[in-house]
Design a protein around this ligand. Structure first.
Ligand code: HEM
Length: 385
């Protein structure tokens, strides 16, 4: 999520979606729209999604032409590390949640990448959003992305905040135009960028500020949310869910204060310190759709509050004691590609923000791997460094 710029610039809100538009068109994005579950496509959203992808890949190419190596992610560029983990599905899982990877008692090997949110490698003390991207391996079954239908991975991508800062790709694009105006500057775009800058809505600025406002002590002690909804199941009985992972530690360390001077990479060091002497763990929860007001599908800026959608514990994530910071492992980490669309149909990402991510993440991953001469492949879970 490239939101660091919103901290400074805020984000425009030109379009608000109406959930009552029952006759909304099917997507022109070649993505199946699940109207019964509450998905609504806006005409033209596919063009916006492609424009976002082109803008971001243009930016990545430009950084590369400026001599920056390797070509990095445009969002969540700085990894604190990728760690080996196990994902154990609860043996007593309620029947209605037994879908896709949620097979009671099943254990998956996983790779989890912890990251800062910005598109630059800033010192960890900089306030930012923080990411936790889980990749389950050894997942059988055809996946959604036609190009990667035989991949054996399922990704769950989260940030340490319960909701996103925009509802639509148009709003995201307005923010990108401001941020990337030097790259896409021409008469039309100059006008658009000015328009975006003049529409710094208070509401979205406040959301962006909140999401970017965290300074943390150690990524292994946080709570991370999906922000956007996903489907659980296929066919009749399928439902919309959100998920989150919460550290199971009781005593959480305090973030460095304003006047302290921690090292630039203190978050990686904190993780290494924790995992040099013991395990870390997270509980993984699902929240189920209740109604379109309290648990909307197309409005990613609305938090699914726990009183409206009570969380159900579905899995325990264990990150065993390990060393993870060799240069070979950090390179492996850099070359991983996470996307919400590395998914079984039972976990289809829902809503317009997720549809944009389908186009953008694949394009950006291909661009950076291409520039770096790195192969794009999904891990098996057996990798050792
Ligand atoms: C339109 C909306 C969004 C756009 C355009 C966008 C864009 C991106 C891009 C370009 C990347 C880098 C992909 C790569 O190079 O492989 C990325 C990574 C990431 N995004 Fe988003 N994002 C969006 C929404 C979100 C949301 C809602 C979340 C909430 C969980 C999120 C969380 C993340 C995380 C955690 C990563 C890092 C994944 C990793 O560790 O590799 N993003 N995003």
């Amino acid at each position: 999520m490239a939101i660091g710029m919103c901290f400074l610039l805020g984000c425009q809100s030109p379009v608000k979606r109406s959930l009552s538009s029952a006759n909304a068109p099917a997507s022109d994005n070649d993505i199946d729209i699940d109207q019964e579950i509450g998905e609504r496509a806006e005409p033209g959203e596919a063009d916006t999604d492609r424009f976002i992808a082109d803008t971001i890949t243009g930016y990545i190419n430009r950084r590369y032409s400026d001599g920056r190596r390797p070509a990095m992610r445009d969002a969540h560029a700085k990894a604190h590390g990728c760690v080996r983990a196990t994902f154990d599905v609860d043996a007593g899982l309620p029947d209605e949640l037994r879908q896709g990877v949620f097979v009671p008692g099943k254990r998956y090997q996983a790779w989890i990448r912890f990251s800062n949110g910005a598109s630059e490698i800033n010192p960890d003390k900089t306030k930012d959003a923080r990411g936790m991207a889980i990749k389950l391996t050894g997942v059988a079954g055809a996946k959604i992305l036609p190009e990667e239908k035989d991949a054996t991975t399922q990704d769950f991508i989260m940030i340490n905040h319960p909701y996103f800062f925009v509802d639509s790709p148009e709003q995201y694009l307005a923010m990108l135009k401001v941020f990337h105006k030097k790259i896409i500057f021409d008469k039309t775009n100059a006008f658009n960028a000015l328009g975006a800058a003049m529409h710094l809505g208070l509401h979205d600025t406040r959301l962006a500020l909140k999401i970017n406002a965290t300074r943390i002590a150690n990524p292994l002690y946080g709570q991370y949310w999906s922000m956007t909804p996903y489907r659980l199941g296929v066919g009749p009985g399928r439902k919309a869910i959100k998920f989150f992972a919460k550290s199971c530690a009781n005593n959480k360390p305090k973030a460095p204060g304003f006047f302290s001077r921690p090292e630039a990479d203190y978050l990686q060091q904190a993780m290494a310190g924790t995992l040099s002497s013991g395990d870390a763990c997270f509980d993984f929860y699902l929240q189920t759709f209740k109604d379109f007001e309290s648990t909307p599908i197309e409005q990613s800026t609305v938090e699914w509050k726990e009183d409206a959608a009570p969380p159900v514990l579905v899995a325990r994530i264990t990150i065993p004691a390990q060393k993870f910071d060799s240069s070979a492992q950090m390179t492996f980490c850099e070359n991983l590609s996470y996307t919400p669309w590395h998914a079984l149909p039972e976990h289809k990402p829902l809503g317009t923000v997720n549809r944009a991510r389908r186009v953008v993440y694949t394009a950006v991953s291909k661009a950076r791997h291409g520039l770096n001469g790195a192969s794009r492949s999904e891990p098996t879970g057996d990798e050792r460094f």
